[in-house]
Design a binder for this molecule. Structure first.
Ligand SMILES: NC(=O)c1ccc[n+]([C@@H]2O[C@H](COP(=O)([O-])OP(=O)(O)OC[C@H]3O[C@@H](n4cnc5c(N)ncnc54)[C@H](OP(=O)(O)O)[C@@H]3O)[C@@H](O)[C@H]2O)c1
Length: 310
């Protein structure tokens, strides 16, 4: 499926756990230089140390729970994967943090080949970001929107492969149920699941609009549902959802399934010209009707520009 990404520069958000961590391990194994973006110094440092240790041991250790070891071939021919991974700290829900992060990344990397907008959160209650946006929307959509736009010239200078980790749950998203401003600011809050679905719909709309607006500049953007996976995300949701879902995590797929879904979009040369699409794990699918609404995608982009103007 994948070729070598030797020497390519990748940035993965939410890289200390789940899909992001798995994708980081796989990117390292095919030779990429990876910057992990994490919000918690403790969790970030721990994951960094474990990934380095795993790289030193040949990358064959389990990465989470009962997950199988990742099956990517090691294409690095002996160079040190541990030396190719680094950590940047940023809380993507805060725009100041995102601007600082983008400035640090831009200073370090004249070109960025791969950007995996993966970090995701669901909040049981309506809480707000430093700029007054509903936190799920601020993290899952606005933080990545701002980061990607700030890195545009670096992405254009590199391979410019953007993967937005969305969810099948985007199908329940409804950004027409109220004014976009009211949804973004949590004034139209209808519970944690709706907020999450709305943010994942925003991921798909952002993807197609990026492809439309930036397509001529060699940048590609695709969205992916990584699978229904046994990751930490289920432990962070509302009590009701936890009670409902946690017993079933035992039957869910491993985070590696999500890592491979990401790799499918960044490492497979046959996908180099694929852009603006939605993938269900490895397979291209048609997203929801609202996710295909070009007027909504355009409106969301323009409003997001206004909302992230510092
Ligand atoms: N698991 C599934 O079944 C599933 C299904 C569909 C889609 N997804 C999507 O897959 C992506 C990855 O989720 P996962 O399942 O791997 O869950 P996860 O294990 O909880 O990983 C989420 C990552 O995002 C980070 N994050 C959360 N808020 C952040 C913030 N404000 N700033 C920076 N990083 C932040 C988390 O950091 P902390 O560790 O500090 O919280 C963590 O590293 C998400 O976008 C999710 O919506 C997952």
């Amino acid at each position: 499926m994948s070729g070598s990404l030797k020497g390519q520069v990748a940035v993965v958000t939410g890289a200390n756990s789940g899909v992001g961590r798995s994708a980081t391990g796989m990117l390292l194994r095919v030779g990429a230089h990876v910057t992990m973006v994490c919000r918690s110094p403790e969790r970030g440092e721990r994951a960094l140390a474990e990934l380095r240790q795993s790289a030193a041991a040949g990358g064959s250790r389990r990465t989470q729970g009962r997950a199988s070891a990742d099956e990517m071939p090691d294409l690095t021919s002996g160079d040190s994967a541990g030396a190719r991974v680094e950590l940047e700290l940023a809380d993507l829900s805060g725009q100041e943090d995102v601007r600082d992060l983008a400035a640090r990344l831009a200073a370090k990397h004249p070109a960025i080949d791969i950007l995996v907008n993966n970090a995701g959160v669901t909040r049981p209650r309506c809480v707000h970001s430093p700029e007054g946006f509903e936190l799920t929307f601020a993290t899952n959509h606005l933080g990545h929107f701002l980061l990607t736009r700030l890195l545009r010239d670096r992405l254009e200078a590199g391979r410019g492969r953007i993967v937005n980790v969305s969810s099948r749950g985007h199908q329940s998203g409804d950004l027409r149920r109220a004014e976009l401003e009211d949804i973004a600011r949590g004034r139209a809050w209808e519970g944690a699941l709706q907020a999450y679905a709305d943010s994942k719909l925003a991921n798909v709309l952002f993807t197609s609009e990026t492809a439309r607006r930036w397509g001529s500049r060699g940048v590609t953007a695709n969205a992916v549902h990584p699978g229904v996976l046994a990751t930490e995300i289920w432990k962070k949701t509302s009590l009701a959802a936890r009670v409902l879902v946690l017993p079933f995590t035992w039957f869910m797929a491993s985070p590696e399934v999500g890592g491979k879904a990401v790799m499918n979009l960044v490492a497979d040369p046959s996908r180099d010209d694929v852009t603006g699409r939605y993938f269900h794990v490895q397979q291209e699918k048609t997203p929801s009707a609202q996710a295909r609404d070009e007027a909504l995608a355009c409106e969301l982009w323009d409003r997001s520009v206004e909302w992230t103007r510092g």
